[in-house]
Design a binder for this molecule. Structure first.
Ligand code: KIV
Ligand code: ZN
Length: 526
């Protein structure tokens, strides 16, 4: 079905911002180790540039970008910086170890941002662009400049700003649709206008960065590509601020399937890594993919209607414009068991896109053998969940030592727990409305950290009676939110693990942010 096979059109640069804009999704905060796991998977996916984070945001973000820059090979590593001296210096330091470092600096250019946010005039912003792009250029030859809120900016002012950025040394000019406001025809016209009027445009790459507030991010991105943009800024599973960013998988497969519509443009993405990478990102961020999501949703290649099934049996081309195997669906049906051994386990982890150091591998292997004893077949989803749980446990202050619960019809449930903190063990008892409620009460009585459960989500990692339960929850403490995930073949235990992970973050101050307006509060087990 692909119509690009015989073309030699432009190769579009895929700039992945899953670890920066994607990680800005409410509640999606990743630990430093999880970021490295995602970074490895993105390299395997074949992204050209990976925006690893915003180094000036916090010491943790700085370290995460620096470790990714140190580890990643074969891909440019970008660090985001506002157009000020401190941010740019932090970004420069963080990306310095990279094989191919990039500083991505930005400032808003729309009048509404200038007046209310920056409180600066157009000439003042223009001067900042010249000075700060110049500063970035003194650290790296590869400098990207973004005009935040470009799609609501005056076009002729944008031309001045971008021309100044090129003169100061920018090599990529990004035209963000920060608030998801533009439309395909308008965005394409803007790219053409900038290409025609920015001084030095022939020597730079125009980049597009869209948000999905009107559901137009993919359409806008593709329209801009057709109009000459050379770089697309995207995230896996379309995660990102508010309604999210442009979906990597949709843009890649649209170009692959209908490339001729876009002048034969294509990307270097390894298509059969799309589904495995999507699953990894979904599991580590806790952001569930809708079943009907294009390319990577569980139903994206499911055919329910009898007429469709009949057609599919006669010839899959009747109802399928892409092959599920091309985007990695078959690759994820990896199954291993207790006879697989270390090599089989390592291979399975690698296929899932996970790289662990030797120490982490040893712990993961031990947990895998325990799981394989209880569960006949272990799938890719099981492995990702297991590693996620392990990474969560590594940074946890509190560990579950043992627990018991007593539940039955008509009786109030009761539970006891022993929790370890360092070399100290504390015990607690609780009663509640069901086993999970009672066990969390028992944990509260053992540790005594004031908090309220805000959200609770449980899912079976795989189908089947022996499936592992994966619990994700959010607690509120002192006005901040903290997330935790827990995995076990028993959902009561998985809940306790998730709760302890979240409480560990409370004591370590690892918040996912302040409460963003009204959070739908789920009362415990009602
Ligand atoms: O949406 C946006 O404008 C951004 C910029 C920082 C590129 O994310
Ligand atoms: Zn953005």
């Amino acid at each position: 079905m692909s119509d690009t096979s015989s073309t030699n059109g432009r190769r579009i640069i895929v700039f992945d911002t899953t670890l920066r804009d994607g990680e800005q999704s409410p509640g999606a905060t990743l630990t430093a180790d999880e970021k490295l796991v995602v970074a490895d998977a993105l390299v395997e996916l074949g992204v050209d540039v990976m925006e690893a984070g915003f180094p000036a945001a916090s010491p943790g973000d700085f370290e995460a970008v620096r470790s990714i820059a140190t580890r990643v090979k074969g891909c440019t590593v970008a660090g985001l910086a506002r157009a000020n001296k401190n941010d740019i210096e932090r970004a420069a330091m963080a990306v310095k170890p990279a094989e191919s470092p990039r500083i991505h600096t930005f400032i808003a250019t729309s009048d509404i941002h200038l007046e209310y946010k920056l409180k600066k005039t157009r000439p003042e912003v223009l001067e900042i662009v010249t000075n700060m792009v110049g500063l970035a250029k003194s650290f790296t030859s590869d400098v990207e400049f973004s005009a935040e809120d470009a799609t609501r900016s005056d076009w002729d002012y944008l031309v001045q700003v971008f021309s100044a950025a090129v003169a100061a040394g920018a090599t990529t000019l990004n035209v963000p649709d920060t608030v998801g406001y533009t439309t395909p025809l308008e965005y394409a016209a803007l790219i053409e206008y900038l290409n025609a009027h920015v001084v030095g445009s022939e020597n730079v790459v125009f980049s597009v960065h869209c948000h999905d507030d009107l559901g137009l991010a993919t359409a806008n991105t593709l329209a801009a590509v057709a109009a000459g943009a050379g770089q697309v800024e995207v995230t896996m599973n379309a995660i990102g601020e508010r309604a999210g960013n442009t979906s990597l998988e949709e843009v890649v497969m649209a170009l692959d399937t209908r490339g001729q519509q876009f002048g034969g443009c294509h990307t270097g993405i390894v298509k059969n890594r799309l589904v495995p990478t999507s699953r990894l990102v979904s599991q580590l961020t806790g952001l569930v993919v809708a079943p009907n999501k294009a390319i990577i949703g569980a139903n994206a290649f499911a055919h329910e209607a009898g007429i469709h099934q009949d057609g599919m049996l006669k010839n899959p081309d009747t109802y399928e414009i892409m092959k599920p195997t091309d985007v990695g669906w078959e690759g994820t049906r990896l199954v291993i068991g207790k006879h697989s051994g270390r090599a089989g386990f390592r291979n399975a982890l690698e296929q899932t896109g996970i790289r662990l150091d030797d120490e982490q591998f040893a712990v993961a292997y031990q947990r895998f053998t325990e799981l394989a004893d209880r569960k006949k077949t272990v799938t890719a989803a099981d492995l990702i969940a297991l590693v996620e749980d392990q990474l969560e446990a590594e940074i946890s202050t509190f560990h579950l030592v043992r627990w018991s619960a007593s539940i039955g019809t008509g009786d109030q449930a009761s539970a006891s727990v022993v929790v370890r903190k360092g070399d100290q063990e504390v015990a607690g008892d609780g009663v509640g409305n069901g086993g999970i409620d009672a066990l969390l009460e028992a944990i509260d009585s053992a540790i005594g950290i004031p908090c309220e459960l805000e959200e609770y989500h449980v899912e079976a990692v795989t189908p089947g009676e022996d499936a592992q339960g994966l619990v994700r929850l959010r607690v509120r403490s002192g006005g901040n939110l903290y997330t935790g995930t827990g995995l076990a073949t028993d959902v009561v235990e998985a809940s306790a693990r998730a709760y302890l992970a979240a409480l560990s973050k409370v004591v370590n101050g690892q918040t996912t942010g302040e409460i963003p307006g009204p959070v739908s509060s789920v009362s415990r087990w009602s």
